[in-house]
Design a binder for this molecule. Structure first.
Ligand SMILES: [Zn+2]
Length: 318
């Protein structure tokens, strides 16, 4: 008999749910592409995925896009819950979701999911599952997961980042996850890396997300980020390293853990360029030697991190 956390990860490309034990093992999972709806902020002609879930019942004439998306997620969660083994039980739910959101995730408005604005995610999940629900930004969740059983285990001062469709991050300082006034600390995607650079969705110019996210690279090269030529991969790595260096210098960190399909897909050339830029810019005695490494949890990271949000919120687990 084991107590389990239901982990939920909600991103602009896909939604996932899984079961995670108190020692961080992911024992079951399922995923679904995120239903794309007209998005007034990023338009429908952008490079993002436009995939409807196979077999989904869509009645666009009557249903609100936000409700359709919730129905997808609820079905996914129920599918995972149906797989809970005899004698095991789910005692808490942790969710990671794209930001921004109100403190505690009572209302989420993910930039990448136009159908959800002030969506009451925590309440809906609580009604669905009947267990306590804790919601946090997906990148902060990943930071918790990497520090729990991933590449930052044992480290008390680090940043964990996601470089995928967008760029996000979470920072652990003195062993504590930074929150900030509204819980948005760690948004490294909006650190400026090119002062006269590309316009960002946030309204500023030259943000890391506007220069090195999968969306940005696709816009720059005219092809999917995974096909980016070497010079573009190297530049993306350099800019990520530049942003990390500023944070390392500011906060006295020793480690940056970078995950996300774009970063992990680029691999060594990307990480080499990021480390070289950090070595060039982290020159103060305390900052010298700061390292950037790939995330240790691979594609399990988002769900393991979401589970950690749940366990931690409930005061259970390691
Ligand atoms: Zn920005």
């Amino acid at each position: 008999m084991a107590d389990l956390a239901l982990a939920v990860d909600i991103g602009g490309t896909k939604m996932a749910a899984g079961l995670v034990s108190q020692d961080g093992s992911l024992t079951r999972r399922a995923m679904l592409p995120t239903r794309v709806s007209p998005d007034p902020e990023i338009g429908t002609s952008g490079p993002g995925p436009a995939v409807a879930p196979a077999g989904a019942v869509v009645d666009p004439g009557t249903a609100d896009p936000g409700d359709l998306l919730w129905r997808d997620l609820a079905g996914l969660v129920q599918r995972v819950l149906a797989g809970v083994g005899a004698g095991d039980r789910v005692v808490v739910c942790g969710a990671g979701c794209g930001g921004p959101m109100s403190p505690g995730g009572d209302e989420v408005s993910p930039l990448n999911i136009g159908a959800w604005r002030s969506f009451p995610l925590r309440e809906r999940l609580a009604e669905l599952t009947g267990v306590p629900v804790f919601v946090d930004n997906d990148a902060k969740a990943l930071a918790l997961g990497e520090g729990w059983v991933g590449a930052a285990a044992g480290c008390d001062n680090y940043i964990a980042m996601v470089v995928s469709t967008g760029v996000g991050g979470g920072i652990v300082l003195d062993g504590r996850l930074l929150q900030g006034r509204l819980g948005n600390a760690g948004h490294i995607g909006h650190v400026i890396v090119e002062p006269a650079g590309r316009e960002c969705r946030c309204g500023a110019r030259g943000c890391l997300e506007a220069e090195a996210s999968g969306t940005a690279l696709a816009a720059i090269t005219g092809q999917p980020a995974r096909l980016a030529p070497a010079v573009v991969v190297e530049r993306a790595g350099t800019l990520v390293g530049r942003a990390i260096a500023s944070v390392v210098n500011l906060l006295d960190l020793s480690l940056a853990v970078v995950s996300g399909s774009v970063a992990l897909g680029f691999g060594d050339p990307f990480f080499g360029a990021a480390q070289a830029e950090m070595d060039r810019l982290c020159r103060l005695e305390f900052a010298r030697g700061a390292r950037v490494v790939p995330g240790g949890l691979g594609d399990r990271g988002p769900l393991v991190g979401a589970a950690r949000v749940g366990w931690r919120g409930a005061g259970m687990g390691a």
